[in-house]
Design a protein around this ligand. Structure first.
Ligand code: FES
Length: 167
């Protein structure tokens, strides 16, 4: 190969140098911005925390009672409050908390409102029925049990965590 092929002109040298330095400076400016933009999304959400529902374990019986409580959501960019509900009761020695959202099409289930089956959860939208522990009753529209909350009891008070799907 001739020496002439490997020579870099002054114009090419300046182009390469300025492009390299410019790219390096741009990366240095953009990296912190990208990091700032992504950082909140990488933080753990506070929605998984346990929230007090204002009931003590001693106030619970086998009869489900509905509680409404507020969850503060923080997705990194926005903070908001969301009201959630649960049916809470003693299931043997355990505190159980069920979601009131019907697993058929999302209507709200109530306890004991079906006169023919007063010891069940009942969904008025399509007559869905659930046992007291949330198990869906065969022959009614829902095909899986009511979702269940994680439960914790601290100093006698009931706290609810995330909702879990069963079945
Ligand atoms: S939404 Fe509850 S039975 Fe259909």
């Amino acid at each position: 190969m001739s020496e002439k092929k490997h020579r870099v002109s002054r114009r090419q040298f300046l182009t390469y140098t300025l492009t390299g330095v410019g790219g390096f400076m741009a990366a240095g400016m953009l990296a912190p911005m990208v990091r700032m933009g992504l950082d909140p999304a990488l933080e753990a959400s506070s929605a998984t925390d346990f929230i007090s529902v204002g009931l003590s374990r001693d106030e619970l019986s086998e009869e489900p009672q509905r509680v409404d409580f507020v969850v503060e959501l923080d997705d990194g960019w926005y903070q908001s409050e969301q009201t959630r509900s649960a049916w809470v009761f003693m299931n043997g020695d355990e505190v159980m908390a069920l979601s009131p959202i019907c697993t058929h099409l999302g209507c709200t289930v109530n306890w004991g409102t079906n006169e023919e089956n007063p010891e069940e959860f009942f969904c008025p939208c399509h007559f869905g029925r659930f046992e007291r522990d949330g198990t869906n009753i065969a022959g009614t529209p829902p095909t899986r049990p009511l979702d269940v909350y994680d439960v914790d009891v601290r100093d006698g008070m009931v706290y609810l965590g995330q909702i879990n799907q069963r079945g």
